[in-house]
Design a protein. Structure first.
Length: 250
């Protein structure tokens, strides 16, 4: 198979995953970078995906603009900004494989724990962990997002147990990651990654980005709330396993 065909196959799959994630299936987007890395340098792949993520954010934020939690954003966004800064400063010293491995392990254990608690349709009370815990998870989310585009699992570990209404969860997540993606723009610009070839590659993938995001929105609204949370936990387990495999392979 010619290299360019393989690249476009991986790129389309990665953008589709991010689109479904932006449409509401949180966690799937973290699979995009491992898929892109099969065919292209991870740094360049991340630079190509970042404008795609921002474009998809516009769609998801607009669709869920009336459903979001001000409190969660107030708690987590400052930590996310700090985590992105730490990730940028220490990018050269931190192994991406190590970050992926730790995030994958925590994501898997958390997803399994939540599935065990909720087995048999048991009702689970929302988490009442203090705000400082959420701020710490925000820092970790920003750090892992800057290093490996894997900010979703740490974010979900604090937010999902609160059992927000489905649309509020999706809307809050959309706003949080839209803000975080814009925070990453200066770092990627400083790395010189917004080159003409990279931006052209982004432009070619833009239609796939929009279609997949709208598809995610349509699908998530067809799933009832109980099944939605179960699906998210299953995705976290699968994502965690994939990240750990990538970490070992790296």
């Amino acid at each position: 198979m010619p290299a360019d065909i393989f690249y476009y196959g991986c790129a389309i799959a990665a953008v589709t995953l991010t689109g479904l994630a932006k449409g509401g299936f949180g966690g799937m987007g973290a699979l995009a970078m491992p898929v892109m890395a099969l065919a292209i340098d991870p740094v360049r792949g991340a630079a190509i995906l970042l404008p795609i993520l921002i474009l998809q954010d516009v769609v998801s934020v607009w669709v869920f603009r009336h459903s979001w939690s001000k409190h969660i954003l107030k708690v987590m966004l400052p930590g996310m900004a700090l985590g992105i800064g730490i990730g940028y400063v220490f990018a050269a010293q931190v192994s991406e494989s190590a970050v992926l491995g730790v995030v994958g392990l925590i994501s898997t254990l958390f997803g399994l724990q939540r599935l065990w608690i909720e087995r048999g349709g048991k009702v689970v009370l929302p988490s009442n962990s203090p705000d400082w815990v959420g701020a710490i998870f925000g820092i970790v989310s920003g750090f892992t997002s800057q290093i490996a585009h894997a900010g979703s699992p740490p974010y979900q570990m604090w937010v999902l147990p609160k059992r927000l209404p489905r649309d509020v969860l999706v809307g809050t997540t959309a706003l949080a990651f839209a803000a975080m993606n814009w925070m990453k723009v200066p770092a990627y610009a400083a790395l010189g990654q917004f080159t003409r070839p990279n931006l052209m590659a982004t432009a070619m993938l833009a239609p796939v980005a929009l279609i997949s995001t709208l598809l995610g929105v349509a699908l998530v609204r067809r799933i009832d709330q109980a099944r939605f949370y179960t699906l998210i936990y299953l995705l976290m387990v699968l994502l965690g396993g994939k990240l750990m495999v990538d970490a070992v392979a790296g």
